[in-house]
Design a binder for this molecule. Structure first.
Ligand code: PLP
Length: 399
């Protein structure tokens, strides 16, 4: 629970941008969160795909203390070894000759990708749209809001930034039609997370790649949610067997410390010149040291393999349940829909799980449930969720 005082103070001081649940958390460990009254919740959302190593990881706490006592921030006017170590690790894991720009959030990483694509096109004397997908999500800055496939949200902030064309995901006819006009890039999530975990079809992706090649457009993959082992591979694009020209990371990279990255092939990255783009905080020693340790821990704990194995375990259990339809996703990025005979919305189900079973899941819309547990979640914790889900379903079918 959140105490009445917390709720009142939130209403008094916080801009009303979020409709928050009446829960206020004060501590956590692993996949468990504790509220103001000490009640424990099983967190199957991990701060929306962020806390992949779980809450309050002791090894990361050590980095906060040690690097915090050494050097936190110096600006990008100077070098710092932690930033370069992190960039080297991100590039070497890509298997491509790439360069990195570090920033503080997924939206900023995508903003950098968009700016770079435009600089690159301009240097080639070209112009055109960036093709993006309806129901995609790329962030909340003005450019990423325009890129995001939700015209109603973009219209709240008119004039909408031009230069984006939205097509339906997995619709090859719309894709081909979009490429009949000048296009400088195709930008997409491989698994649309905020939409409810919907994957791109191989055929659609293959056609997008062909068209990008044919028309000289860049392939930009937004891996802010799919990245950093969530799908069973450090970068999800490896599972789809593609080599993006530019890709972005955020969320789990810092396990909760705000850090994000844009990686671009070397020849594309060179479209930027000093002063073209920048950030005050991005790539600071503390954030870089934390992200480096996150990546090391992912290796040490073999979290890619674990995400894949536990993802399969979760799907096998879900598939046996009545009322659950269309189980989707990869690794521990999973979504499913509720069959109409259940007679409840996914928002109601998420609420039941939260209030009656103290389990946190996400309902991105009225029919889908999204699960993004920490990658250190145990089989026992997944089984606890399945049992709770069964109880809710039985109750809803009986009513
Ligand atoms: N891109 C994707 C695919 C996301 O899921 C999100 C956030 O949910 C973002 C970008 C924006 O990231 P941030 O909220 O860190 O700006």
């Amino acid at each position: 629970m959140a105490t009445a005082t917390s709720i009142e103070r939130d209403a008094r001081y916080s801009m009303p941008t979020f409709a928050r649940y009446p829960l206020s958390f004060v501590s956590g460990s692993g996949a468990i969160l504790r509220d103001e009254e000490g009640i424990e919740y099983l967190d199957l959302l991990a701060g929306i795909a962020v806390n992949s190593l779980g809450h309050a990881h002791p090894e990361l706490a050590k980095v906060y203390a040690e690097q915090g006592a050494k050097l936190v921030h110096i600006s990008n006017l100077y070098h710092n070894p932690e930033r370069i170590d992190l960039e080297e690790k991100l590039v070497s894991a890509s298997g491509q000759d790439m360069k990195v720009f570090l920033s503080n959030s997924g939206a900023e990483a995508n903003e950098c990708a968009i700016k770079l694509a435009r600089r690159w096109a301009d240097k080639q004397g070209r112009s055109g749209d960036i093709v993006t997908l309806k129901r995609s999500f790329h962030g909340r800055t003005l450019a990423t809001t325009a890129a995001t496939g939700n015209a109603l949200k973009a219209a709240l902030y008119e004039p909408v930034m031009p230069g984006f064309k939205h097509i339906e995901a997995n619709n090859i006819a719309e894709l081909e039609a979009a490429f009949n006009e000048p296009v400088i890039a195709f930008m997409a999530e491989l698994i649309l997370g905020e939409a409810g975990v919907y994957e791109l079809d191989q055929d659609f992706l293959k056609r997008a790649l062909e068209l990008c090649k044919e028309k000289g457009a860049l392939l930009i993959i937004d891996e802010v949610q799919t990245g950093i082992a969530r799908t069973g591979s450090l970068y999800a694009h490896k599972l789809f067997d593609i080599e993006p020209d530019i890709f972005t990371l955020g969320k789990a990279l810092g396990n909760g410390f705000p850090i994000a990255a844009t990686l671009a092939k070397k020849e594309i990255a060179s479209a930027f010149e000093p002063g073209d783009h920048g950030t005050t905080m991005g790539g600071n020693p503390l954030g870089s040291a934390i992200a480096l340790r996150v990546l090391e821990l992912m290796d040490e704990l073999d979290l890619c393999a674990r995400a894949e194995a536990l993802g399969t375990f979760l799907v096998t259990q879900l598939a046996e349940l009545e009322g659950i339809a269309n189980i989707r996703g990869k690794g521990l990025m999973r979504g499913f829909s509720l069959a109409p005979e259940l007679g409840i919305s996914s928002k109601e189900l998420a609420n039941q799980l939260m209030t009656e079973h103290h389990i946190l899941v996400n309902a991105p819309n009225d029919k889908d449930i999204r699960l993004l547990p920490p990658l250190i979640v145990s089989e026992t914790e997944i089984t606890r969720f399945i049992e709770a889900l069964k109880t809710c379903i039985r109750k809803d079918l009986d009513e």
